[in-house]
Design a protein around this ligand. Structure first.
Ligand code: ATP
Ligand code: MG
Length: 585
């Protein structure tokens, strides 16, 4: 395994000394001191959308491009901070005029496009709790979320409404208003709905933001559903500070950056870092409204002159699968920082970045619950490929084990245990909707328990072992799937690998691997044996897979995570459980 540390070159200069407003570093970080970077509402409250949009629109940066949409029809559309302020004010006025009160739930079910962003930001201005959903969800997952979330306003396109929502309207008695738009710019006329653009056209561009505070609920995000039924995590406006600080320290965003986050806002990454963090830091954010396509994506990096790129291991693996020649046909000298989140990033992928993109990829770790990045290979420090990095300023992490008396034992370096974070930080979720008990069970004293297993090395870097549910116990060994998958990924034929434990009367569990191959490689018995041999050599016979199966592709969530539990259920002939977030690729 390529374990060498990647030291930074002159091109990757540390971020921390470059910032003019670094009033809170040096003397040590505190959230209280950091809060000075936000303006607050004129009357003393705090509103995410005000911090993200109006604060810049009311400054010398008003004309700076805020959002640049690369639309599906090939056109480009840009909104400056001032235009975004006016448009989101219009949207907030539409809600206010309908009598939508602060705290009411607005669901946003949109393909990526201007309406989605106006809906989220305008909804926040009106004090609504906003929940963005994946447009690709089918009617069933939609109904579950809309009902659980007490949806009272829905913003969606006419096509999505007709296909997915119209039939279930009777089952959503709390849904008062449906705002519709036609994706090709025409008018909509559907019974029981309102035409968004007609309402926007007559709405005022002036809006007095509802006086929310740091503790007012802001966003409702459903988890990815990787380990079971998705949970609805409720966040607050105060999370603005987490988005700001992490956008700055973990993503290295500077005012002149052109930034691209590839995540859809239906997943928390696409909201925290696809909408809020870049706007909070006043940069230009590029939004690709299309689907993944390796060639087109390289083209975006080049043509849009992206300088900071935030993506996910699944996308990186797909680019790797497409081969290096494609990458080498594109030039992006302005690209200076690349980060990844969502799943462990195999060391192979970090090195691929260095060799093919010219930049190593910075892995970072967080969850829907944490609201923002908690642990990262920060720009300012060397990268340890395969590690999640170190806790951010203001984040205290530990590896813990439950002691018998119910308390937590804090473990030392190199011991494996559950990754825990000390409360509070501003982006922290405030409950799981309708599951207060489950929420309470996430905490022991001041510690929030993540459900992930990890270890910390002597240099303070954290290493992901696996989700507690995915870890395999075989003949007394604790095997993290990530380690085995990373070893398989080192083989030149392997595009993706997922590993599960199968019950075994003798060993407890045995390791089974599922592998999909790179373009141009075909499954064969010889390759099967070669891969098992490779894993044995790398990991030893006790840890290497005993069985290996080729699949054309591996099951993933819509946020791109491998669904090991589904592979396991299928393997063992058990019910598949909640598959509402499964991507049918
Ligand atoms: P659910 O909670 O419904 O099972 P989920 O945990 O996948 O879904 P998210 O909140 O989207 O939902 O994902 C957070 C999880 O993703 C983390 O707990 C961790 O297991 C995994 N993860 C995120 N980033 C990383 C990373 N850099 N390295 C390893 N794992 C990561
Ligand atoms: Mg989770």
């Amino acid at each position: 395994m390529r374990t060498a540390i990647i030291e930074k070159t002159a091109r990757d200069l540390p971020v921390i000394p470059n910032w003019p407003d670094d009033r809170f570093v040096g003397a040590g970080f505190s959230w209280q001191a950091a809060a000075g970077v936000l303006s607050g509402l004129p009357d003393g409250g705090l509103n995410l959308a005000y911090e993200a949009v109006d604060r810049h629109a009311d400054s010398a940066r008003a004309g700076h491009p805020a959002l640049r949409f690369l639309e599906r029809n090939g056109s480009r559309r840009e909104l400056s901070y001032l235009q975004l302020k006016r448009q989101t004010n219009r949207f907030a006025n539409v809600l206010a005029k309908l009598g939508v009160a602060p705290g009411q739930r607005l669901f946003v079910l949109c393909n990526r496009g201007v309406e989605l962003y106006l809906g989220v930001l305008g909804g926040l201005k009106n004090g609504c709790v906003v929940s963005p959903l994946f447009a690709a969800f089918g009617p069933e997952p939609l109904e579950t979320r809309l009902s659980l979330g007490d949806c009272s306003v829905l913003l969606t396109s006419e096509t999505l409404y007709r296909k997915k929502v119209a039939g279930m309207r009777a089952k959503l008695p709390l849904l008062e208003h449906v705002l519709l738009y036609d994706e090709s710019g025409g008018h909509t006329q559907v019974d029981g709905t309102l035409d968004l653009h007609e309402l926007l056209a007559v709405a005022s561009e002036e809006f007095e933001i509802v006086p929310t505070t740091a503790d007012s609920p802001s966003l409702l995000h459903f988890t990815s559903g990787t380990t079971g039924t998705p949970k609805g995590a409720l966040h607050v406006h105060g999370a603005a500070l987490t988005h700001y600080v992490t956008g700055k320290y973990a993503l290295d965003l500077h005012p002149d950056d052109i930034y691209w986050c590839t995540a859809d806002p239906g997943w928390v990454t696409g909201t925290s870092y696809g909408i809020l963090a870049p706007l909070l830091l006043g940069v230009t954010s590029v939004i690709d409204c299309g689907d993944f396509d390796a060639e087109r994506w390289y083209g975006i990096l080049e043509k849009e002159r992206i300088s900071v790129w935030y993506t996910a291991p699944t996308a990186i693996r797909m680019l790797m699968k497409a081969g290096p020649e494609l990458a080498r046909r594109h030039f992006h000298p302005q690209l200076r920082f690349v980060a990844s989140v969502g799943e462990p990033l195999n060391p192979e992928a970090v090195w691929w970045g260095k060799e093919v993109l010219g930049l190593p990829i910075h892995d970072n770790w967080w969850q829907t619950e944490t609201g923002g990045i908690m642990i990262a290979n920060l720009p300012a420090m060397p990268i340890k490929p395969g590690s999640m990095g170190k806790p951010l300023p203001g984040v205290e992490a530990a590896i813990v084990r439950h002691a018998e008396d119910g308390s937590l034992a804090i473990l030392g370096d190199d011991e494996i245990g559950e990754l825990a974070l000390k409360q509070p930080w501003p982006g922290m979720f405030r409950t799981y909707l309708g599951q207060q008990d489950r929420y309470q069970r996430c905490f022991v004293g001041d510690w929030y328990l993540s459900g992930d297993l990890a270890r910390r090395d002597a240099d303070g870097y954290y290493w992901f072992i696996g989700r507690s549910d995915d870890v395999i116990k075989s003949a007394g060994h604790l095997i993290g799937p990530f380690e085995v998958e990373s070893a398989l990924m080192e083989h030149s034929a392997v595009a993706e690998a997922a590993v599960i434990g199968k019950p075994d009367s003798l060993l407890g569990e045995t390791v089974k691997a599922f592998v999909s191959l790179k373009r141009g490689r075909e499954p064969s018995e010889a390759l099967h044996d070669e891969l098992i041999g490779h894993a044995r050599k790398r990991l030893g016979a006790a840890v290497a897979p005993k069985e290996l199966e080729f699949l054309p592709s591996l099951p993933r969530t819509r946020s791109g995570k491998l669904m090991r539990r589904l592979l396991k259920a299928r393997e063992l002939g058990l019910p598949e459980g909640d598959t509402s977030t499964l991507e049918n690729s």
